[in-house]
Design a protein around this ligand. Structure first.
Ligand code: RUB
Length: 315
């Protein structure tokens, strides 16, 4: 296989890994997509920099469609394309793509470390905490709190249908956290009976109006939490905030295959609907915990304008 063919095979395989959820979680898919774009640049053959730039935009579009809800994907790819698109030679553009992709990957790791500290600071010794799905940012905050000597009891929802709660539970247990798995529909009962002190979750996308897009069930469980006045802390790196929402673009809710819920053959004639994210209104989020500090939902629009205002986007 020549290197251009090999490059596009690698790109398609990264896209497939993201689409099939072998690679999952908004931060990780942004990082892997950024690195895949660098790989695509490296496998380009020839001296036509305009062609390379056009190919990179096409590759970025292809990658960004793999998970429509995660704005981190598009933000990561735009981050890599910035500066790369100003390069006037093929070697220059290849080098810049790699440099930007690695800078993004570094940013992801550093942001998670910072969020872990800021999130942990919100939690107190002896508290019961509820989490949903598997967010590396949220899990990082819980692990950091325990590392600091705070004894937490964490309740982790199973998270139907993909059961990411099992990943969370294993990860937390591996880090020495006291963790209990519950089914999603036990959330309200557990919030009340275990006197849960806070919910700590992640984010896939955040709108300018402060709304949160996260794993299906987030809206329902945060509603349950707020009905008991339990605060909801959302651990979210700045690349989860949607610059597109400033122009009113709605975040798309990904709908996945019915077979992820049940084998359709078991239910002939029954329709099965599998939306995998939902939109939680800003009133159900207490604070966004970002690597730059805590953010109230009402301050998100100004934050997005400051962070992304005027930045060029290719996808
Ligand atoms: C994962 C999910 C996570 C966010 C944040 O959904 O909703 O809460 O992506 O994760 P899926 P992280 O399993 O469908 O990708 O903090 O790791 O970026």
């Amino acid at each position: 296989m020549n290197s251009a063919r090999q490059g596009s095979a690698v790109l398609l395989s990264v896209r497939q890994d993201i689409a099939s959820m072998k690679t999952r979680g908004a931060g990780e898919i942004g990082k892997q997509a950024a690195l895949a774009l660098a790989g695509a640049a490296e496998s380009f053959q020839g001296n036509d920099v305009k062609r390379l730039r056009a190919d990179l935009v096409e590759a970025a579009k292809l990658l960004s469609q793999a998970r429509p809800t995660a704005v981190s994907l598009r933000n990561a790819l735009n981050f890599v394309l910035t500066e790369t698109m100003d390069e006037t030679s093929v070697p220059g553009a290849k080098g810049k793509t790699r440099e930007r992709a690695e800078a993004f990957a570094k940013r992801v790791n550093e942001a998670k470390g910072e969020i872990a500290k800021r999130g942990a600071a919100l939690l107190k010794d002896g508290q019961a905490i509820l989490t949903h799905c598997h967010s590396t940012a949220a899990a990082g905050a819980l692990i950091e709190a325990v590392r600091q000597g705070k004894r937490l009891r964490v309740f982790s929802t199973e998270t139907r249908p993909f059961r990411q709660g099992l990943i969370t539970s294993r990860m937390l247990r591996g880090a020495g956290v006291d963790v209990t798995l519950i089914v999603d529909s036990a959330a309200l009962h557990v919030l009340e009976s275990e006197r849960v002190a806070a919910m700590v979750i992640g984010a896939d996308a955040i709108d300018a109006d402060g709304s949160l897009y996260n794993k299906i069930g987030t809206r329902l469980i945060t509603l349950a939490a707020r009905s008991l006045k339990v605060p909801v802390y959302v651990c979210a790196e700045t690349y989860k905030f949607s610059p597109y929402s400033l122009e009113g673009e709605e975040v798309a809710i990904e709908v996945r295959a019915p077979a992820e819920i049940v084998d359709p053959k078991q239910l002939p004639g029954v329709k099965v609907h599998n939306p995998v994210f939902d939109k939680t209104p800003p009133g159900q989020v207490s604070k966004y915990v970002t690597e730059r500090g805590l953010l109230a939902p009402r301050s998100v629009a100004a934050f997005i304008r400051k962070e992304f205002g005027g930045a060029k986007r290719w996808i």
